[in-house]
Design a protein around this ligand. Structure first.
Ligand code: CP3
Length: 341
């Protein structure tokens, strides 16, 4: 795998063009996803290795992207710790037993590798299907983002309860975050042992935090997780929404790649990072709703800006929205794959 475009770019080596994959590529914008989804619940899909492999392979076969990402969810760690997780159409993820008190935190389990074995099984099936063609990215949610779902009991606009726990009950919040960090490091090492070729940590809601709170309640746990990984030759990507602000701090956790949101000029932020840290990003996903000439123009604009830079992986600044036209995503991948530095 070390000769693949994606792994080379992740380790800041020269490539003839930027590699491409897109966050949330294994999902709802593909009509073929719905053919599977109409037959099973989301968690059934995640927990049945053959089905998880089928969905992982959809964007590989239909789009020809340069890296696959495991079909799963960041909330499976919360479920394994004791969260009563469900996904309902139109509602999104729900934990029926939110974590709000010290007793709730104490009840969460941390030795949960057995409960996540289905992910290792899925990884093995996916690697047979990929057969060495492109790398497979494994992933997990960052502690603060997973905590926000556990405390709120589901998605939230303002993270009021999760932030209130940080501010009013910092000791309890640290115990909760520390438990999630322990589970997450073990879980990512389980994925590495099962055969993933790269790791991404998603801290989707870090942008809700002030600099001080991000430092105390998010960054330090991501740093702990990364320091515990059996990295071998496996690149680690750190993503957060808010990376245009937090990237210099994220770099201190020593990831190989930082995935950047679309609020910042990608070259400017790369130049502010230590040498040897690659960047991934950072097209506004809304561009994929626009006309094809706009899509092409904006991709070329980004690539011209990054021309001559080693260590650049094309991605969106956040995940693909479910109603983005499939044809536009396919077109974007074609434009990217035709480009040469
Ligand atoms: O990137 C990929 O395609 C791989 C699979 C993947 C999923 N979720 C599948 C999924 C990944 C990497 C995730 C990560 C994830 N899950 C994040 C971080 C990424 C990000 O976009 O910030 C977050 C915050 C979650 C939590 C979560 N899971 C949400 C908010 C939702 C959607 C709720 C909704 O209905 O809008 C999910 C469900 C989910 N995870 C779906 C998929 C394909 C949709 C399930 C369905 O078909 O209904």
């Amino acid at each position: 795998m070390k000769d693949s475009l994606f792994i080379k770019a992740a380790f800041s080596e020269k490539t003839e063009r930027p590699p491409v994959w897109m966050m949330r590529q294994a999902g709802r914008f593909m009509p073929q996803y719905w053919e599977i989804k109409n037959k099973y619940s989301f968690l059934e899909m995640c927990k049945t290795p053959e089905i998880a492999a089928d969905v992982t392979m959809l964007p590989v076969d239909l789009l020809g992207i340069d890296a696959a990402i495991l079909f799963s969810d960041i909330l499976v760690t919360g479920e394994a710790m004791g969260g009563d997780l469900s996904f309902t159409a139109g509602v999104g993820p729900k934990f029926a037993n939110p974590v709000r008190t010290q007793a709730d935190v104490d009840a969460l389990e941390t030795n949960v590798g057995d409960r996540l074995q289905y992910v290792a099984d899925a990884i093995k099936v996916i690697q047979q299907r990929l057969n060495g063609s492109i790398p497979l990215i494994g992933f997990a949610g960052a502690p603060f983002t997973v905590m926000s779902y556990l405390v709120e009991g589901g998605s939230s606009k303002d993270f009021k309860l999760a932030k209130l726990m940080l501010h009013n009950e910092p000791e309890m919040a640290h115990q909760l975050l520390s438990k999630i960090a322990t589970v997450t490091a073990d879980y990512l090492n389980l994925q590495i042992a099962a055969g993933v070729n790269a790791i991404q940590i998603f801290d989707s809601w870090a942008q809700a935090l002030s600099w001080d709170d991000y430092t105390e309640f998010s960054h330090r746990y991501i740093q702990e997780i990364i320091s515990k990984l059996d990295r071998k030759d496996i690149p680690v990507i750190s993503f957060c929404k808010g990376s245009s602000v937090f990237a210099p701090l994220m770099a201190e956790a020593k990831p190989d790649v930082i995935s950047i949101d679309w609020n910042v000029d990608l070259l400017d932020i790369k130049n502010r990072l230590p040498k040897g840290i690659a960047v991934q990003g950072n097209l506004d996903p809304h561009i994929l709703y626009a006309d094809k000439k706009v899509i092409k123009d904006r991709i070329h604009r980004l690539f011209e800006r990054m021309r001559g830079e080693d260590g650049f992986i094309f991605n969106l600044g956040h995940g693909i929205m479910p109603d983005i036209p499939f044809d536009n995503v396919k077109y974007a991948v074609e434009v990217i794959k035709e480009f040469r530095y």
